[in-house]
Structure formats: C-alpha cells, structure tokens
Design a protein around this ligand. Structure first.
Ligand code: NAP
Length: 258
C-alpha cells in the first residue's frame, strides 16, 4: 500500500533509539524528510546517518524535549512540518507515598506538557495548510494502570484528555491527532524495567523477560519496527478519518473486551 507520504516532512521526538526510532525509520521508508531529536548527540547522529541511507534528508537536533529551551531549539530547526510524533523518556517506577510535587512536575513536563507545547506550536501551520498528522507515543497505562508507574499513569492520562478534545477541534482542517499506546516492547526501556525486577528478586534477565512474556497473549515483546509501521499508517493519507483514538499495541496484554 502506498501511504501517500512521499515528500512530507516529520518531526519525530526522542528518536535516536527505541519506539521513536522505529517511527522515524518507518516514515523514512515512505520517503518522509525527517527532523530527529534526542539528548545524546552520538546515538542521534548514528541514527540520522542510518536513516539518510534510506534516501531521505535528515536533520538531527540534540536537545532535551522536556524543557522549553529544548523545544524552542527543535522547533526552530524543524520549521513547518506535516507530521509530528511526540515522545520522551518515561518517568521512573516507584511507590505513591514517595512522590512529591517535584516528581509530578517533572513527569507532567515530560509526558504531558511537552507534547502539548509542540502541538500548540505546530497545529496552526498544519491547519492553515489543510493537512497534518500528530501521533503521541503514550502507554498502555492510559487504559489500565501499571501501579508502580503512577507518575506515568497520571501524566499520560492528562495528555489523553487534552488530545480527546483538541483532536475534535482540528479535524475539520484535515489534521488528525491520535495516540499510540505501547505495551511491552523490546527496547532499552523494557530492559531497564526488567533490570529492576532482577535487582529486586535476584533472578536473571532471561527469567525476568520470560515472566513478562508469559503475561502477554502473543507471548513475546513487541518490536520497534512493527510499532513504527503502525505509526506510519496513522500518518498516512488513508488514516484521515481516524480521529482522537487511543490505539493499543500490546500483543493482547491489556485484558478487557472494549
Ligand atoms: P528507549 O528505548 O529508552 O528510547 C528512548 C529515546 O528517547 C532515546 O532515543 C532517548 O535518547 C530519547 N529521550 C529520552 N528522554 C528524552 C528527552 N528528555 N529529550 C529528548 N529525547 C529523549 O524508550 P522506548 O522504549 O522507546 O520508550 C519510548 C516511550 O514509550 C517512553 O515514554 C516509554 O515510557 C514509553 N513506553 C515504552 C514501553 C516499552 O515497553 N518500551 C511501554 C510503554 C510505554 P536520549 O536518552 O539520548 O535522550
């Protein structure tokens, strides 16, 4: 299927590794010019070089996307874009009684206010041009809480509420906003969460992974590549009637009917 994206331009945040990189790679394969972002310049440059080899122009902007200064730097380098994929690192796990105001402010900045600031900056241009796509990488925790990720549950649910309303205000201009909700995917984030279980329970990484895989009906972790392809479809010309949705990619791990 031709996704109709050749010649479009995308800003993909937090994209030197993992799910963000998967989205960037899938868009590059469709002929989309890219602006990539991450804090660490070395991995970012390596990913930019890898994706340039697919024949598209790639600009790499090293910046912390959760800060106002980082957002300003990225937006200035990007200029007008047709596609925005928001993403950032997830908050650390913990226990509700240990979290104070500063912990919540940090989580809200990263996983709610940063994507909102980027949408606020880029949606007007998309609406004026009559076409645009926004995909926010959130989490399965929006549908079903992950108790130890209370900071993530809180911030991402806030973003979801914002998207629910805003997506319905921009749809008439040919602009769609949707959220992709990853379940467990084989990225550094998953390895780090498995590492926490290893440290706490004295088991091996293989045991920690096997335990988590057993909780997923597909009996495996998702891949950044398949996640990226779902993102590219949501950005495609064929997805213009998908508005304000929260789409789970979790191998069936979230157990509910609707
Ligand atoms: P990952 O493999 O750790 O990759 C994170 C990427 O984001 C890296 O390129 C990292 O580069 C960049 N990044 C992190 N913080 C950033 C910041 N402040 N500014 C700019 N770039 C930043 O993580 P992932 O698994 O792809 O996860 C992506 C998102 O999905 C996270 O929010 C995560 O919580 C969520 N999620 C993941 C899973 C999963 O199973 N993987 C499940 C549910 C939700 P630098 O470190 O160099 O900045």
């Amino acid at each position: 299927m031709d996704l109709g994206l050749t010649g479009k331009k995308a800003l993909v945040c937090a994209s030197s590794k993992g799910l963000g990189k998967g989205c960037a790679a899938a868009l590059a394969a469709e002929g989309v010019e890219l602006v990539l972002n991450a804090r660490g310049a070395e991995a970012l440059e390596a990913t930019a070089a890898e994706l340039r080899a697919l024949g598209v122009a790639v600009t790499a902007v090293a910046a912390d996307i959760t800060t106002e200064a980082g957002q300003a730097k990225v937006l200035e380098a990007a200029g007008p874009v047709d596609i925005l994929v928001t993403n950032a690192g997830g908050p650390p796990p913990g226990l509700w009684k240990d979290w104070g105001r500063e912990d919540f402010i940090k989580a809200l900045d990263a996983n709610m206010l940063a994507p909102i600031a980027l949408m606020t900056a880029l949606l007007p241009g998309m609406c004026d041009r009559g076409w645009g796509r926004v995909v926010n990488i959130t989490s399965q925790s929006v549908k079903a809480p992950i108790p130890q990720l209370g900071l993530s549950n809180s911030a991402r649910t806030g973003l979801t509420g914002y998207v629910a309303g805003t997506s319905r205000q921009v749809a008439e201009f040919g602009v769609t906003i949707n959220n992709l909700l990853p379940g467990i995917h084989a990225t550094d984030r998953a390895v780090s969460l498995d590492g926490g279980v290893v440290a706490k329970e004295g088991i091996t990484m293989e045991e920690a992974r096997a335990r988590r895989e057993a909780t997923i009906p597909a009996r495996r972790y998702g891949t950044a590549e398949e996640f990226g392809k779902a993102c590219a479809f949501l950005c495609s010309v064929h997805a213009g009637f998908i508005v304000g949705q929260n789409i789970l990619l979790d191998g069936g791990g979230t157990n509910f009917t609707i």
